[in-house]
Design a protein around this ligand. Structure first.
Ligand code: SF4
Length: 585
């Protein structure tokens, strides 16, 4: 039961130790909530406090943290999301994933800001949370099942009012890029947190709750929201592109700019892009729009191929499983996407790793012949990866491992072990810097420079010029960390800035948030992640890009470190750490 004076937050943490089969409910310090907000920030803070950064991600000492934010389960759009945090088996560094859907609402309504999973169960289990009733339940009958079947069976057993996150066989088998399904339509895709869940023998978490978070200034919030809804409706990116086509609206645009990764980034242009575009998706396999909790944008897509219904593909998946592999049929891309969803694989890393294998094969370095565009072979490799059979055993380790194994590291298109998303950095230099410096590895979501370099939001910059890019990247990274910690959808950033976000926070919590404090919280989180990564063995040298791109990064990197007030080696200076209230040692 929640009995405190907090608004927005519940102030409660549920910690479950699967080794000892015990759980405890504790209070969260108000000061920590103000410094880290929730979601990613709170999760990273807990990771820092409770996990030795050198810990093997698959040992019981690693944590899996599921965190809501102060805005979760309010009437603010997109506040059903959940942040999942842990140490990644793919990058060996800190990892955070923001996942859409409804799970965040249920966890908050059960009375918890955060759920911390530690230890390892002897047998496969799932966690049952019904308000403050918590139970660890046997799940032998679900082990080995796909995410789709697991969700169906749990829904049948528990009823529709539980929200469930679960893993598929890929997570159980410790594929390093296994994802976590958050209900049937959303996935915490990147970084292998599904494998961390699998390493704990935890198949699923089912949560239901009835608590309603308190809002400090409801009237002010409602007034603001009325204006926000109008602004969303008139925003061309949110209401026209994303709502009408979903993220696949980007395919043709990105291809026209010659930055659609094709043939494992050998090219930035795919001659058959039209066949896998958002327009083609809409005409062929589209069934209906879907949205996360309280989201008027509704960028998700329900699709159908040969009478099978599924989710997606989204833009990143279309690139990873389409142009990257020279597959030019949207139905096929969707089918492979469904496979990944059901078995619990991240689509970007799956595509990136298979593309790496195709290039190794093209170079004659692989015993097995894998031709570009060979659809049946790709499907076979997906399954082999899930069960670590034959070549799948190597693919399950990710492209960095695979390429190194065959002595050809340059064909692994990743940063810090995380396969790159679908924007070729040669044509967007700010995005290149953002990839190189991202705390979670090759990721576009930590600073979406495509906004200023391609979409012209909020203004257009010369995409081939490095001028001013480092300071914009720093600002965007800090803002993204803050948004992930309020636990909002980053797409809101196409219309709202930190002023609106600060108002959301102030009205919901009753605390004083300003534009500056929001950015400063983001900066604190970014620096703490950096500290964790350095202690885990990552460093300035891992702020790099695959050699293939031949992007002169050094000058931008030096300026970036300067803006961040870090040393020339990329480590936060004592003054910077002190100013953010972070440990200097
Ligand atoms: S914009 Fe899309 S991903 Fe974001 S909350 Fe809405 S439906 Fe979910």
């Amino acid at each position: 039961m929640v009995t405190n004076n907090l608004h927005g937050w519940t102030g409660k943490c549920l910690t479950v130790d699967l080794s000892k089969k015990v759980f405890k409910k504790t209070s969260l310090e108000r000061e920590i909530l103000l410094q880290y907000m929730g979601g990613r920030g709170l999760g990273v803070r807990l990771l820092w406090e409770l996990v030795d950064p050198k810990t093997d991600p698959y040992t019981p000492e690693n944590l899996l943290v599921l965190a809501t934010g102060p805005l979760t389960a309010t009437q603010i759009p997109t506040t059903g999301r959940i942040s999942i945090i842990g140490k990644s088996p793919l990058t060996n560094g800190v990892f955070y994933s923001s996942c859409g859907g409804f799970f965040g609402v249920s966890l908050k309504q059960a009375g918890f800001d955060v759920l911390v999973i530690r230890g390892k169960s002897e047998r496969p289990v799932y966690l049952y949370v019904d308000n403050d009733f918590v139970e660890i339940r046997d799940v032998s009958h679900l082990w080995g099942k796909t995410t789709k079947d697991t969700l169906k069976i749990l829904e049948k057993d528990l009823g529709k009012d539980f929200e469930v996150v679960c893993i598929g066989p890929a997570g159980e088998n410790l594929v390093r890029y296994a994802c976590i399904a958050c209900g049937p339509n959303n996935f915490a895709g990147r970084g292998g947190l599904g494998a961390v869940m699998g390493s704990k023998n935890l198949k699923a978490i089912a949560v239901r709750g009835t608590y309603k978070p308190k809002i400090a200034k409801e009237k002010s919030l409602n007034n603001l929201l009325e204006k926000c809804r109008i602004r969303i409706r008139w925003n061309p990116i949110l209401d026209k592109a994303l709502s009408y086509y979903g993220t696949s609206a980007l395919v043709n645009l990105i291809n026209e700019h010659r930055i659609l990764p094709t043939k494992n980034f050998q090219q930035g242009w795919f001659e058959h892009a039209e066949k896998i575009s958002g327009e083609t998706l809409k005409e062929t396999i589209f069934v209906e729009k879907r949205s996360c909790y309280n989201c008027p944008i509704a960028c998700k897509r329900k699709t159908k191929v040969n009478d099978v219904m599924g989710e997606g593909p989204e833009f990143e998946t279309i690139g990873s499983l389409g142009s990257m592999l020279l597959i030019d049929d949207i139905k096929t891309v969707a089918e492979i996407n469904y496979l990944c969803n059901e078995f619990g694989l991240d689509t970007i890393s799956t595509g990136g790793t298979i593309a790496c294998a195709m290039e190794l094969s093209e170079k004659g370095l692989l015993e097995e012949k894998i031709n570009w565009g060979d659809v049946e072979k790709v499907k076979e490799l997906v399954i082999k990866t899930v069960y670590k059979k034959g070549l799948g055993k190597l693919l399950a380790e990710g492209s960095r491992f695979l390429a190194k194994k065959y002595g050809c590291e340059e064909v692994s298109m990743q940063v810090k072990g995380l396969e790159l998303p679908m924007y070729d950095p040669r044509g967007v230099l700010g995005q290149a810097l953002a990839y190189a410096t991202s705390n979670r590895g090759g990721c576009h979501l930590n600073a979406y420079m495509i906004g200023v370099e391609i979409l012209g939001y909020p203004y257009l910059m010369d995409r081939f010029s490095p001028v001013n890019k480092p300071s914009i990247v720093v600002y965007m990274q800090n803002l993204a960390a803050a948004i992930d910690s309020m636990v909002l959808c980053k797409f809101l950033g196409f219309e709202f800035d930190e002023e609106t976000f600060a108002n959301f926070l102030s009205y919901v919590t009753g605390e004083n948030f300003s534009q500056e404090s929001v950015i400063s919280i983001g900066e604190r989180i970014w620096n703490l992640e950096r500290l964790f990564n350095f202690k885990a063995g990552l460093n300035g040298k891992t702020d790099n890009l695959p050699k293939r791109f031949q992007i002169p990064l050094q000058k931008m990197l030096e300026e970036y470190y300067l803006v961040r007030k870090w040393t020339v080696d990329g480590f936060p200076t004592p003054d910077k750490l002190k100013s953010l209230g972070l440990p200097v040692k």
